[in-house]
Design a binder for this molecule. Structure first.
Ligand code: URA
Length: 200
């Protein structure tokens, strides 16, 4: 068993906040253990709570479509959330829930060590781009300690605001260039700088 699978067991057994009382299933996350890209959403919704898997409802269908746009499947990336249990009625996560749950995301990222962390929506953005607003920084990236952080609107936002669909698609289409930046081609001379893509 991998360290990540061991961690899933700890997450599904977690009773450190009140969300455990109403959940059907905790939703640790899923995807490739060697994924270069990790997508982080907000919290499980109704469908995710039923299945114990992230992004399997309508927002997840749009995320799958977005991944297909860049020629990727969900099995090639890693997908998880800030909260591992569903807030009742899909209400916003509470600060205490985010704080209590942070240990799990930290440990996941420590094991996965991705090249790119994509935040989906306000709550995961707040974790990696503190003090920023999504309307200003979506589609922009920040490089820190060898990791590229990239902010996007939450796919569910497009379900309520059709006009965001194209924005979200356009932001997704920038990810392959970011990925290319993390993998210098063998014939790039040491002095050549890779092209920088709207870094913050
Ligand atoms: N919204 C999220 O933020 N995460 C999910 O897993 C599903 C919907």
């Amino acid at each position: 068993m991998s360290a990540l699978t061991d961690l899933y067991k700890e997450i599904t057994d977690c009773r450190q906040c009140d969300l455990c009382r109403q959940r059907n299933r905790a939703v640790p996350g899923e995807g490739a253990e060697e994924a270069a890209i990790v997508f982080i959403g907000e919290a499980p919704g109704w469908h995710e709570d039923q299945q114990g898997r992230p992004f399997v409802g309508p927002a997840g269908q749009f995320l799958d479509e977005l991944l297909a746009l860049i020629g990727m499947k969900r099995q090639e990336v890693y997908i998880c959330n800030v909260l591992k249990c569903r807030p009742p009625g899909n209400r916003d996560p509470l600060p205490i829930e985010i704080k209590t749950c942070q240990q799990w995301l930290d440990r996941q990222l420590g094991l996965l060590r991705p090249n790119i962390i994509v935040t989906l929506g306000r709550y995961s953005m707040a974790r990696f781009f503190p003090g920023q607003t999504i309307s200003k920084i979506h589609g922009k990236a920040r490089r820190e300690d060898g990791i590229i952080y990239y902010a996007m609107y939450h796919p569910a936002a497009a379900l309520h605001q059709q006009n965001l669909r194209e924005t979200i698609r356009a932001d997704m289409l920038k990810i392959p260039s970011l990925l290319a930046e993390t993998k210098p081609s063998p014939d790039t001379k040491a002095t050549e700088k890779p092209q920088q893509l709207s870094l913050l």
